[in-house]
Design a protein around this ligand. Sequence first.
Ligand code: ZN
Ligand code: ZN
Length: 514
Amino acid sequence: MKYVFLGGAGEVGASCLLLSIGKKNILIDAGVRVNERGTASLPDLKMLKEIAPTLDAIFISHAHADHIGALPLVHQMFPHTQIYATLPTQRLATVMLGDAVRVQELTEDTLFHQEAVDKALWRMETAEIGVWHSPWDDFRFQFHASGHVLGAVSIFLETPEGRFLYSGDVSAFNQNTIDGIRDISFFNPDFMWCEATYGADNHPSRSEEEKRLGTTVAEVIEGGGSVLIPSFALGRAQEIILILKKMQAAKAIPKFPVITDGLVNAICGIYEALPPHLSPKLQNYVINSRQPIFHTDNVRKAKPGERESILKDETPKCIIASSGMLTGGASVFYASGLASDARHAIFLSGYQDAESPGRRLQELKSGDTLQLGDTAIEVKCRVERFRLSAHSDQQQLINMIRQANPKALAFVHADPKTAEKLRARLYKKYLMYSPINGQTEDGTERPLWLPPEKKVQPVPEASLDFEVALGDGKTLHIPDEIVDMERWQTFASGDHTAQLKGKQLVITQQEHKQ
Ligand SMILES: [Zn+2]
Ligand SMILES: [Zn+2]
């Protein structure tokens, strides 16, 4: 098996992995860099054509633009290649790619038109989650729900050259809309490509962060101001609506008007149309209440042409609008109207790319100027950031990797420093690679990374080679490679006695007295 990242290695964006297994070429994801325009946003499609004169299958892990945004172009290059995705991903792709066309047509960097989107989606075959599918002899694949957003999956491949796992974007914890990734310990791949977006550290407590968001929004509204939450249309916006509704239903915060605007609304409709893919809790709600999930009671959609009057109306309210990084769409319009008034607030809720207006807003001081579209605005409103990520954090990624127990793995979908921090936690246990965009790696040559007789030992049995001097006040030095081991750290936290038995030093952990 040979693989090359045409995008998405050492970066969050333009995810695109080409696998060559025997005579077959397989592409996983075809995304764009969301903060770039035109050809700079694309994975290396020229290289794709050079390496792969034909493609045998395309798999799409989920409908975020960084995984699907270049699909219409890839389909133009390989019009006869079957594209596989889950049903929700197919439905969401219709909306996401349709929106991409609208945005592109407003600029001069048009990459494709609606016709190309329609043709690509026509080639898309939906595959059920949790079932093996075999598009040709000697090969089968399985989609495995990965949390993250509706329809997102990890992809298992069984091939004559080994078992491979592409994690896709993963969330280990249960969100309000969908459950986290299920157990993957049954698969044990030979090679795993693992996302590492938040591999550097751990998230704050999700429930605390949700409470903080709800109470802070309520606080601004009580003070007579309105709150804008710029939000990613797919996934994050639906979470935020449910967080507010949940707290209002529990009377933890008062009911106030919530208005959603932009691409958010179309995506809410797709979530509501696919209850079997939602969390069991939400499925129960749908069955028992027979009401829409998102837009009921005090939560409503903005009507077409209503934006001006929503801003003019002085009633304090919470507006949830895409895009999440203030790069365009409804959120830019509302931010321009609210930012210069100290009564109001803008709450950022997710990843802000280094070059995005959202990141600049996050770093501004009150009174600084922010460029939003064509206008420069003096920012006086309250600005805060909430960490409501839909990605696993460092510990959750480590737990998942332990469960999968791959023979070798590579971290992708992260900036190189972040991936490095995660590698540092695992390098003693796993054989790890740092793929670089455009660099072909050979994963087939088993002896290179895994001679069958020399399996990677999870944790080597400690046989220490050092000298111990006996006598009072002598210090025993344990070599660094042992001290760094997680197993030693757990052990070292208790009370111990050490005893020399012949040549062996026996360290025993004392029983805790009750
Ligand atoms: Zn994603
Ligand atoms: Zn992604």
